[in-house]
Design a protein around this ligand. Structure first.
Ligand code: NZQ
Ligand code: ZN
Length: 413
């Protein structure tokens, strides 16, 4: 088990109606003026925004608001929000929404008071030294941004989508009210489930040796996510299944699922698939992050599994109950070919990857980049973005070159 630091300082307020306690919690923590940040209208239509504002009013927490955050949030609104936060002298930023509202809010929180251009934090010209406190009302379990140390922002002018990581940007308080997720469209539910599973797999497939405790947490969370996903796709208002997904989404990305699997001093996982997906949704910001991952992850797995087949065998056995054929034990009378041990491993790993991809597809996720509107002509631009964001080589399960990335993209077309 490798050395690690695990710090999840967020206070989680979970359950039915916690949306109505936002004001009281913020007031108790000493906050007096909030900048509410939200997306393109779902929280207005569902009444969530009004509930949050009513609870702030009741607790004497004044507020200003900034709406219109688009999926794959863009730097222009971060700049606008930082100017507003400064002008309005807010003491907390309060996103109400998904990863996009949360990441825009995190961006605002770090850019407030910074005298240079906000993009400096994503182009790595500046490091985060100050950050306004953040509290968040989560409306979609997916990004895990409510407990993560990262913040992903797009820059349309430069054709980039980049991450900024800092321990300072983990939210102080996260409100997780599963009933808010009843209104999610099936596609967003599915993309969210894919993203949370991807956050666990990025860590599981770090390339480092097994850690029993962490592997059991990881595979258990994925099994629970698959079970709950099957339920909510049929019953969108099943509270317990929605609640399971909400909590799994948080635990998938607060660091718990990576303890001991990271290389000290580096990130706690491989993160190649996230890097490659971010270039997909940078190429077309209408592409949902989770849907991109549903395509990229299986393609990456097929490209790299031979570097550590044992991790895939563990994953297949624990998540899907897939075991390699054992010629000593299994009845092979129906199989013509000779099953060598290598062949048995190959078949078990391929079956595992197929099963994962079938699960994503069963929820309505795509299996090719073509379904997302990406063509061969987009690959050069995606490679250019990868070079900026990840350099000439990246990843820990297997170090990938940009040529590997190109091969993975091409295999997924
Ligand atoms: O914009 P509105 O109108 O609110 O609609 C949103 C949006 O269209 C809608 N939605 C959200 N909650 C809803 C709802 N519709 C009905 N009922 C509800 N309760 O869903 C759509 C997607 O929202 P978005 O916030 O974009 O989704 P998600 O949470 O998946 O966030 C995606 C962003 O997070 C980044 C992604 O790259 C992407 O930019 N990520 C952030 C991470 C982090 N900060 O740690 C890690 C992730 O790996 C990821 O990269
Ligand atoms: Zn993600």
């Amino acid at each position: 088990m490798n050395n690690f630091t695990f710090c999840s300082p967020t206070k989680f307020v979970f359950g039915r109606s916690v949306t109505d306690t936002v004001g009281a919690e913020l007031a108790e923590a000493g906050y007096r003026r909030a900048l509410i940040v939200y997306g393109q209208g779902s929280v207005v239509r569902t009444g969530t925004l009004d509930r949050v504002k009513a609870s702030l009013d009741a607790a004497g927490v004044s507020h200003v608001e900034l709406g219109g955050v688009r999926p794959n949030p863009e730097i222009a609104l971060v700049r606008e929000g930082a100017a507003l936060a400064e002008h309005e002298q807010v003491d907390i930023v309060l996103p109400v929404g998904g990863g996009s509202a949360m990441d825009c809010a995190k961006g605002i929180a770090i850019a407030t008071g910074y005298t240079g251009d906000a993009w400096d934090f994503w182009s790595k010209k500046a490091t985060v030294e100050h950050c306004l406190p953040i509290a968040t009302v989560v409306t979609i379990p997916a990004s895990g941004s409510e407990a993560s140390n990262s913040c992903v922002i797009s820059n349309d002018a430069e054709g980039l989508k980049s991450g900024c990581n800092s321990e300072l940007i983990r939210p102080k308080i996260a409100f997780l009210d599963p009933e808010l997720t009843f209104t999610l469209p099936p596609y967003q539910t599915a993309a969210g489930v894919t993203d949370m599973i991807a956050h666990i797999m990025e860590r599981f497939f770090s390339g480092e040796p097994a850690v029993g405790a962490t592997d059991n947490i990881a595979c258990g969370l994925i099994r629970a996510a698959i079970d709950a996903a099957h339920i909510v796709m049929d019953e969108p208002e099943n509270y317990d299944a929605r609640a399971e997904l909400m909590w799994i989404g948080t635990l998938a990305h607060n660091g718990l699922a990576g303890c001991g699997l990271g290389i000290p001093g580096m990130r706690d996982g491989d993160w190649s698939c996230h890097g490659m997906e971010h270039e997909v949704s940078a190429a077309d910001p209408r592409i949902t992050h989770g849907a991109g991952l549903a395509v990229i992850f299986p393609a990456w797995m097929r490209h790299v599994w031979k570097s550590h087949p044992e991790r895939f065998l563990t994953f297949g056995a624990e998540v899907f109950g897939i075991e390699p054929i054992d010629p000593e034990v299994d009845d092979l009378s129906a199989i013509d070919e000779k099953i060598t041990p290598e062949r048995a491993v190959h078949d078990a790993v391929e079956a595992t990857i197929d099963e994962l991809q079938d699960f994503f597809m069963s929820m309505g996720m795509p299996s090719t980049l073509g379904e997302l509107g990406i063509t061969e002509g987009d690959i050069d631009q995606m490679i250019r973005g990868l070079r900026v964001n990840r350099g000439e080589s990246f990843g820990t399960f297997r170090k990938l070159t940009l040529e590997d990335a190109r091969a993975i993209y091409e295999s997924a077309l």
